[in-house]
Design a protein around this ligand. Sequence first.
Ligand code: MIG
Length: 688
Amino acid sequence: MIFRYRYGTPFPTEAVVLEVPLETGNPPGFQVQRTAEGGLSLSARLHAGEVLCGLGENVRGINRRGWIFENNPMLGNAHAESRPSRFTVQNALIAVGKNCYGFFVDAPAGITFDLGCTDPEVMCICSEDGNLDFYLFTGDTPVEVVRELRRLIGRSYVPPKWAFGYGQNRWRYHSAEDVRTVADRMKEAGIPLDAIYLDIDYMKDYQDFTVDEDRFPDMPAFAKEMRERGIHLVAIVDSGMIIKEDDPVCREGIEKGYFCKDETGKEFIGAAWTGNVYLPDMLNPEARNWFGRQYQKLMDQGIDGFWNDTNDLSLFYSPEQRKKIMTVFGSPTLSMQLDGDDYFHLLDLCRKMQSADRLYKDIYHNVNGKKVSHRLGHNLYGLHMMRGVARAMQELVPERRVMQLAKISYYGTHRYGGTWTGDNSSWWSHLLLNIHQMVSLNVAGSLYSGGNIGGFNENCTHDLLQRWLEFGVFMPLMRNHSTKTSRRQEPYEFRHSALYARTIALRYSLIPYIYSEFMKAVLEDGMYFRPLVFDYPEDEKAAETEDQLMVGSSIMIAPVYQPNTNSRNVYLPEPMKLLRLRAFDDYDMEDLPQGDRRISCALGEILVFLKQNCLLPMCPPAANIASLDERHLKVFANLRRGEGAEYCLYQDDGETKELNRPEHFHRLYCDAYGWLSADTEELTLEKA
Ligand code: MIG
């Protein structure tokens, strides 16, 4: 059930797709108080052992208890453990304990979640301005509660099937030649590949919708060459448009009034790291649809997908702020030898230069003719950018799915595209963080998501990349990405590239399962990744286990996320069959009882735990998704004595949008003696 409570006059975020009638009074179990400054707080008791999951890609564990989170992402928002907010703004939590319930605070800004930080037994949600819609969800199981949340916010985005293949990315593939070299070296190393991502280097002077013709002389021909090799090009688009007199898109944007304005009604000029920019007003439907239509220019060049960056705006400062600082720096009263006071005054000024609050208050949107401050609009910017792009795609290629990603996203963005978790680092702790983030993104319906494999900043090592890939095999978005100054981390850059090749090939072998489970999670408003506590809510140990995940209906995974180790502890909430996978035809199996175990796992091995009476279908690997043969499946089974098992396989053309057709669903059966059969003659099955 979904219940809705309204406080004040909330700004319409358009996150929800369902009209829910308003309740009177306050949500049961919550105490509601107004503050003297017009704010509002809702507090509830936290019970012993209760687990809180959600809040998007934030830092810290799967269980959010014990920390204060805010919905205020901004530039420089590294994945540090102390960060109160990250790019995805997903204000919902699912509570699993004596009672199982969830809630979503629909308010674009100014929300703080004190989840037992101030008082370990109290959770308090505070709103600065007191305007919000509070949705409460109930259900018998955690997944049912999630289902109610997702019924409210709408069905998740589905990319084309090739987007489940391996993608290679690095900031600074400078030219067509660079990209070709990546494709060649991947092929030489025998590594499957479906996509190469183009970072801002393909653009002419970092301007959106342009291609640098010196470095990419004939993009359409190049894209065609790549596509013939089975590789899709995915191009980055930044939200800000570089200010250029002769740029036709810029000119049109100004003429039509499609950019954000400053206090006086002039185009706001922001300093982004690529230069001074105008900001398309994504909160204005006409403006965002216009921006979306520009993507045609890139599609005409043969680009197959988009990753939409800097939708947090990524602004450094406004010209006004710069002027102020320059005045202070240039002041003759400032002595050459800075004394303590001057020094700290200057440091403080520079630090405040980036203060989002000051910056955002100078930016205005046009929402139905009304001036709306970016303070309210900040978190919604990415959502509406994706809406504009999705709508344009619907017009341009109505019958086809289009691959697209966003970085910052309010609730609702999951309907229009996938998510990558932004600039992480090549740290072991960020591999573990990536595992945690997948859970909370899945709560929010951001099912097509992933972190930068190998880490973006800092230098990756051969074992970190290998272990990250072993987890990445299960991430719907499997993309290796690094920044231009870090050590190169394409798999062929390291000595044991055969190991990486085998691991990535395993991803392709697991596609029949991964794609089926992903599609079922979308179509049933379920979750692809789940924390153990969602499946075993009565099990206290499951509630404490944060380094293992349930993936789909049949399996649990336990990735290794520490260096220099060939084993790890695993908790089995029920008896399971361990599959230690090295390659499609190289594995061992062992039946394990319920309980704690130390399990060996050498570099290049993936631990998969098959639940009882469950099946896991796999296919032989291939060079890319399009060449997979998914009609001949090898099936792993874990049967209780005297019982059979059934599996629902999903297969479609991977391109068109009609997802729920009955012919996409096939049943695989395994009887108590281990005999396999399917409900279609098109499939042949072999027992593992
Ligand atoms: O920080 O386009 O998250 O993936 O490589 C600079 C350059 C802007 C941030 C993205 C990152 C991308 C980078 N961008």
